[in-house]
Design a protein around this ligand. Sequence first.
Ligand code: NDP
Length: 453
Amino acid sequence: MSDYIQEVLTAVKNRDTHQAEFIQAVDEVLTSLAPILERHPEYRSARILERMVEPERVLMFRVPWQDDSGNIHVQRGFRVEFSSAIGPYKGGLRFHPSVNLGILKFLGFEQVLKNSLTTLPMGGGKGGSDFDPKGKSDNEVMRFCQSFMTELQRHIGPNTDVPAGDIGVGGREIGYLFGQYKRLRNEFTGVLTGKGLSWGGSLIRPEATGYGTVYFAAEMLGTKGDSLEGKTCLVSGSGNVAQYTVEKINHLGGKAITLSDSGGFIHDPAGFDEEKLAWIMDLKNHRRGRISEYADQFKGSTYTALDKSMGHNPLWTVNADCAFPAATQNEINEQDAKNLMANKVGVVAEGANMPTVAAGVDVFLAAGILYGPGKAANAGGVSVSGLEMSQNSMRLAWSREEVDAKLKGIMQSIHENCYAKAQEYGTPGNYVNGANIAGFLKIADAMLDQGLV
Ligand code: NDP
């Protein structure tokens, strides 16, 4: 059956030659699926793989906007509606200068499998723009969001496609996007998730990705009769996912000692207690400053600027028990993975999407550590987005405790499902195979049921 996989992979590489991240994501998933395809020849006859690697629809559009000085800029906007096999398209919007079609297709493809794992009825999609919110005023961000939504609104809807946040799109941006949707469509609906609490948002949504990643790590440790209590943890990034990863590590008795941004990383051997974390959240979410400022504020901590010529990121050489990459794709290269293993890091739980290059994943798998890939470990965010959609449809709001309990239950069932599928298909403890197989089966069966569409 691996000849079928090779055939599909070659076709993707030939057709999407310049989409490196998309090819990387497809390669990893298809490689996991060989044992399933052996047992289920019907997937090959129905050409399920060929259909899964092609988005149902890709939208690309011009986004013109004006800065505070009156200068005109033109950005590119995207929405990749990847799969609606098990529900409306669902996935975040990313605003970052690196955004291009290949990156959004990788994220959309991962999202389809991730959403399938959540146990909730959500298809997969992803979108965004090469707009850089860094250094822009609130008014500039608002004008950009309004222009972006002026086009996007004709393609989305609460039963069609429900975007959320991602890198560069947080509460502020979701607010401006929602406002413009409502104004143009004259309807107040759950068309976006990650909304403010007073206008349809769910409690725990901002926390969900970080909390969920730590719950997933705790579940992996549980299989060894261990826990996060007393464990030292490396966290990268300092945005939404990183912040709440730190908070939940603290709740569960661990200690996070690093955070980063694209400029470099901070190391505080004493850990980020509640007070320090509140300072970081204010720095990043309100003052919109750089993480280097932390080292000026808190004695005993250090800041190391990122030096790309080093060929590795020294953050991953700091001594610790666990690692939580929570910044961006391919932030752990093969050397970083080896450095983590040399320091005997026993747990890697990915808050970011595909933060480890393929060769790095091989290093983790060969070492037999507890390695939770992003599509399973960071599925808590979209899970609570799914719960936000349910609350919007029912027009009621659950309490913080209710949502957190549901999030924890979902992360436990994702873990259980990945663990069981890895075992059933002959690679016990391999959460990469487990997640890909579990996610794939549900979508493939839904596609068979729905015929050739
Ligand atoms: P934020 O925009 O809140 O934060 C992103 C963080 O990562 C910032 O610290 C940013 O630093 C850093 N970063 C971004 N790009 C790069 C880069 N190219 N090199 C180095 N550092 C970088 O985003 P989120 O926290 O929401 O997202 C982080 C990751 O988690 C992404 O991979 C995202 O896809 C994933 N994710 C997010 C979910 C969510 O609910 N938000 C859900 C599931 C996954 P700087 O400010 O310097 O750019």
